[in-house]
Design a protein around this ligand. Structure first.
Ligand SMILES: C[S@@+](CC[C@H](N)C(=O)[O-])C[C@H]1O[C@@H](n2cnc3c(N)ncnc32)[C@H](O)[C@@H]1O
Length: 232
């Protein structure tokens, strides 16, 4: 029987995870991308290595490197504790065990940390805190936000989530948010009110099924776009 979860999950995802979570096509990966609340994800590091154009932002990046390194390892430890206590929430097909997951997360974090250390001018890793971003209007084609808005907040408020999504829509022509689950692994009750508010304020919204299903019930993302822009 699972324990009830109320603390946020501290995932550390790699590029292949993002491709599945956000249904990213080869064409999408050529766009100018903002990874919001990117944390220790290696998405920016890996995409940059492949010649992609990506900026990652997170309040974490305002800290000195040693603190970022320490926080990254703390996040993985906290995640592994929760995963071990709640193994029935996951589909152990592509990853066979918590130990394998831990090994993968440390590998991902190392890729991130190496790239973070190399980016001394903080061009790719920007210290930014939602719901306010310092980027200019439509500076990006696509903004991605993984494991922060619905499942990463201690007390998710629809108004805060909506404000964060609108701010990402200000700086990018399309926003994708994943997952739509709360921190207990259930569909977040805030999804409906957030979508309704965005629609009322003339944003395009769509829930799209995605392939990523490591956490059960997590096979959907939210796409949002400002209606002043054309999105295919
Ligand atoms: C679970 S991590 C997500 C990491 C990454 N997106 C992934 O999926 O691998 C959540 C991140 O949200 C960041 N965060 C917390 N408050 C934030 C805020 N107000 N604005 C932007 N990011 C925030 C944290 O620093 C943390 O790195």
């Amino acid at each position: 029987m699972s324990k009830q979860l109320h603390a946020p999950w501290c995932w550390v995802h790699e590029l292949d995870d993002y491709v599945q979570m956000f249904d990213l096509s080869a064409q999408d990966l050529t766009l100018k991308i903002l990874d919001c609340a990117a944390g220790p994800s290696s998405f920016a590091a890996e995409l940059t290595q492949r010649g992609g154009r990506v900026v990652a932002c997170d309040p974490l990046y305002e800290k000195v490197t040693e603190k970022v390194e320490m926080k990254t390892h703390e996040m993985i430890d906290a995640l592994m504790e929760k995963v071990s206590e709640n193994q029935d929430q996951f589909s152990w097909h592509t990853v066979a065990s918590p130990d394998e997951l831990k090994h993968e997360h440390h590998g991902t974090a190392e890729l991130f940390l190496e790239d973070f250390k190399n980016d001394k001018q903080r061009q790719r890793y920007r210290g930014e805190t939602l719901p306010t971003l310092s980027f200019t209007d439509y500076e990006f084609d696509l903004a991605l936000c993984a494991n922060f808005l619905f499942d990463g907040l201690q007390r998710p408020e629809p108004e805060f989530i909506t404000a964060c999504i609108k701010e990402m829509c200000r700086v990018a022509r399309e926003v994708r948010v994943y997952p739509l689950l709360n921190s207990e692994g259930e569909i977040a009750e805030e999804v409906g009110p957030v979508m309704m508010q965005l629609q009322q304020d003339d944003y395009g919204v769509e829930i799209r099924e995605v392939d990523y299903q490591f956490q059960k019930k997590s096979n959907a993302m939210l796409r949002v776009w400002p209606n002043t822009c054309v999105v295919e």
